[in-house]
Design a protein around this ligand. Sequence first.
Ligand code: HEM
Length: 451
Amino acid sequence: MSVDAHPRSARKAQTLSIGHLRGLLRDPLKEFEEMGREADGRIVRANLGPFRPYLITHPDHLQHVLRDNVDNYRREGMMWKPLSRLLGDVTVTDTGWLVKKRVYQDLLSAPSIAQFAGEMIATISEAVDDLGERADPERPVDAYAEMTRIVYRAIIRVLIGDRISTSKIDELGQLMVTATTSSFRPRMLMPFVPFSVPLPGDRTFNRAVRAVDDLILPIVREARRDGAGGRDVVSLLLEARDDDGQGIDDRAVRDGVVGLFVAATDTTVAVLTFLWGLLDLHPEVRARLLDEMDRVVGDGPPTFEHVADLTYTKMVLQEALRLYSVGWITPRIARTDDVIDGVRVKAGTTLVVSPYLTHRLPAVWPQPHVFDPERFAAGRSRHRFAFMAFGGGPHQCSGRVFFFIEAPLILATLLSRYRPVLRSPHPVEPQAHLTLKPRGRVKIALEPVRR
Ligand code: HEM
């Protein structure tokens, strides 16, 4: 399949039946997967009543939308609209976005991470010490809640420095989970419903957003008053200038800080939680991962230098992200009419781009439902837009390098002290919110490592 931008006669996309709407409201991810199966890599149009988005899953088509003709596709509508109430303007062509993006790229580059890696390791170690107080093999803990605590502390401490206390970080973690789960799903599936019409979960969402403001805005104002100057995200955003030398106001700094936290935290928490389910189902992968940890890190503590040698760990994380692409949907809106692989796409329509579906195309990933980290072994080649967990093109994830340093460090710290054993009565399954999250509680028992 190849993309021809100028075919002689563009055709219409095949339309999927309206019957999917009821299923989407009941169990969005399951129904969505069914739609992806029907589409099988072709461009199709979903009939969801007044909302009729295109489904774009084939790597060639993704390359066209996310890279080759990227200026024609805005990050707007669908999930971006409900998200804008938490993050402000997330449109990728917005000048404010460009200012923030430069700050993120600078802060999250490998040399920058190397500077704060020591602090990240110390913070993770402290968070795992805290977990130790609750670690009783007979009393399993809630994996999502524990991963949230560790990840939030690690990320926020290094990104915002000592501008916030540990208890406030834990509070922020809870608020973000509330904000990204409360009214998000109905708002995303019905983007045509104006905010003035209340939907279930709206009040909880609004309360959480106000509480986030009350935590972050004073930090921004204080930093501006005191004169910023550090390497934390608040200072960098306060000092950032656009091409005309203009800075951004307190509200935009707040949006930039919260935007970074949302992008960085829930994604990492979710994949680390799904991992315990996958390792439970695949003892051979678990054994190899533990063996690598023992060989490279031993009884710890892990260091920044260890990360480069944790190659199997990285493959396991990549494969976990292929199966559970926690950033499962990244829709776009066409600015002008376009033709993708012979199919006419009208200006103003939504394109549902979904790594979750691309990663389940048998033609791209053979036996897509099988968990096999070997897919990511060195030397294996694939289409540049086949592995889409971090997006693609100029708007892809700015935190990819950060993730592959932070997540192995968290795993290494945890596994040097404990062997987590899954104790959930049901399999670990994903559920669609802003990011994928596990359905129900995932319980793990922490058995101390005996050396
Ligand atoms: C499992 C881990 C992660 C996954 C799966 C993930 C996924 C993604 C995806 C799919 C996008 C692109 C959205 C789009 O195309 O519109 C994105 C954007 C972004 N991510 Fe990540 N991410 C992860 C971790 C992180 C971390 C740890 C950070 C920061 C420390 C981060 C920071 C960002 C930022 C700042 C953007 C916005 C880039 C832009 O606006 O152009 N992410 N992420």
